[in-house]
Design a protein around this ligand. Structure first.
Ligand code: AMP
Ligand code: GLY
Length: 428
């Protein structure tokens, strides 16, 4: 079975690694930058930007690809799945119309409202900067300001955190006015990812990501500095009732996309804010999270290739999907200065990594040496019977890297977890 994985980040290294465990698999890759981990697993590589739909489609046809797995969102928006499916290549990833759940924040909110899906924050959609600024002036409270389109996870600014009212208006003007303004949600964030085959949805363990650059959740938003999951696949600040509500929201989104005429096939990622009133949707993504993919795929114990075949056939059920009952902790190393002024092209040496799993991201290898680039460099994942054990494995490996990189030592620690639990108790 020939599988093409599109994308060259840590998430795609995790996807490729998990697929490589399947029987009789030959892997191919499309990546703009050569990921040293994916190179080691792929039989054939096309190194072009992941949005070059025609070149990628031609490459898939000449390579005889059976299944294409789309890692990032940009190729979904560019219509890569539409193009590949037109040529009878089965895809894991939604067609462009279904990917709007992620790529068009206005569409997402309108769809939730139209179909009466719970967990939709109060919001207004604008196309004019002046209207949006008037709304900000009249609004009593803080808002989240979201550009309508894709921003690589870095476009959202929160009043009261990053901006005051004047800053908010300036930001809206700089975006040209195409924004969603949304009530600022207070609570604890969690990620629920699921495999979706068009109608059935099978959930994966809950994960918590850490968007802020620095320890203690301060500094600018990043693509995600690291993440953890618990042995019971839940999180201690998410009750079973919160979980059921979040899962129902995801299922309703899948059903609604079906009724909209865009059946959803691929990975559905729900980012939730667990608030005093229960989970609210921060956003949906039409793909795995990065880093969250590294947590769940490192724990996946069933055959990933069978899961993707069933997603394409429309015959997926929970009995095909099992995860180890372990904790996972993922820690990203990033260039010093990331995200504002990353130190690029600096050499790294990796020390004693013990049992940690290693996933490469935005890093190049030249003559056997690894060099930083502008984005997240590489990640270590520790697995363990307890969170403490998993954190120890990931932390020891991350701490053993030498070079102009840093990581968040606090991710997956008992102290940080307790803060989340206390925060949730305070809110309720
Ligand atoms: P996004 O790009 O939509 O993932 O948003 C980036 C980050 O902004 C999220 O991880 C949240 O921390 C924050 N955020 C987004 N929307 C809201 C909201 N309505 N209220 C509070 N924080 C938000
Ligand atoms: N970790 C957040 C994302 O992938 O969007």
């Amino acid at each position: 079975m020939k599988i093409l994985v599109v994308g060259g980040g840590g998430r795609e290294h995790a996807i490729t690694t998990a697929l490589s465990r399947g029987p009789d698999v030959e892997l191919y890759s499309v990546m703009a930058k050569i990921n040293p981990g994916i190179v080691a697993l792929a039989r054939g590589i096309l190194s072009v930007k992941e949005t070059r739909v025609k070149e990628i489609t031609d490459f898939a046809i000449t390579s005889g690809i059976d299944y294409a797995f789309i890692g990032p969102e940009a190729p979904l928006e560019a219509g890569l799945v539409d193009s590949l499916e037109n040529r009878d290549i089965a895809c894991i990833g939604p067609v462009r119309g279904a990917a709007r759940l992620e790529t068009d924040k206005g569409f997402c909110r309108t769809m939730m409202e139209k179909h009466g899906i719970n967990g939709c924050p109060r919001h207004s959609i604008f196309t004019s900067a002046e209207d949006a600024c008037d709304f900000i002036d009249a609004y009593d409270g803080d808002l989240a300001i979201k550009p309508i389109g894709l921003t690589g996870g870095k476009g959202v600014r929160i009043m009261g955190e990053h901006l005051d009212g004047e800053g908010a208006k300036e930001y809206v003007r700089s975006l040209g006015g195409d924004v969603v303004l949304e009530e600022r949600l207070i609570g604890e964030e969690f990620t629920l990812q699921a495999f979706v085959d068009g109608t059935h949805l099978v959930p994966m363990p809950l994960v918590q990501d850490h968007k802020r650059a620095f320890e203690g959740d301060v500094g600018p938003n990043t693509g995600g500095m690291g993440s953890y999951s618990m042995p019971d696949h839940m999180l201690p600040f998410v009750t079973p009732r919160d979980y059921e509500q979040a899962l129902l929201i995801m299922k309703d989104a899948v059903t609604s996309m079906y009724h909209e005429g865009f059946p959803y096939r691929g990975i559905l990622y729900g980012q939730f804010m667990n608030t005093a009133e229960g989970p609210k949707v921060i956003e949906f993504n039409a793909r795995f999270g990065d880093p969250e993919a590294m947590n769940v795929l490192s724990l996946l114990s069933s055959d990933f290739t069978e899961i993707i075949c069933r997603m394409v056939e429309g015959s997926l059920s929970a009995s095909h999907v099992t995860f180890e009952q372990k904790a996972s902790v993922c820690k990203y190393l990033v260039p010093e200065g990331y995200p504002d002024a990353p130190k690029t092209d600096k050499p790294l040496t990796i020390g004693e990594t013990g049992q940690a799993l290693r996933y490469y991201a935005n890093v190049v290898e030249r003559d056997g040496t690894l060099y930083t680039q502008t984005s997240r460099t590489l990640a270590f994942v520790g697995l363990g019977e307890t969170l403490e054990g998993a954190e120890g494995v990931a932390e020891a490996a991350a701490a053993a890297v030498r070079g102009a990189v840093r990581h968040r030592r606090d991710i997956g620690t008992a102290g940080l977890l307790q803060q989340r639990i206390d925060h949730m108790r305070e809110l309720r």
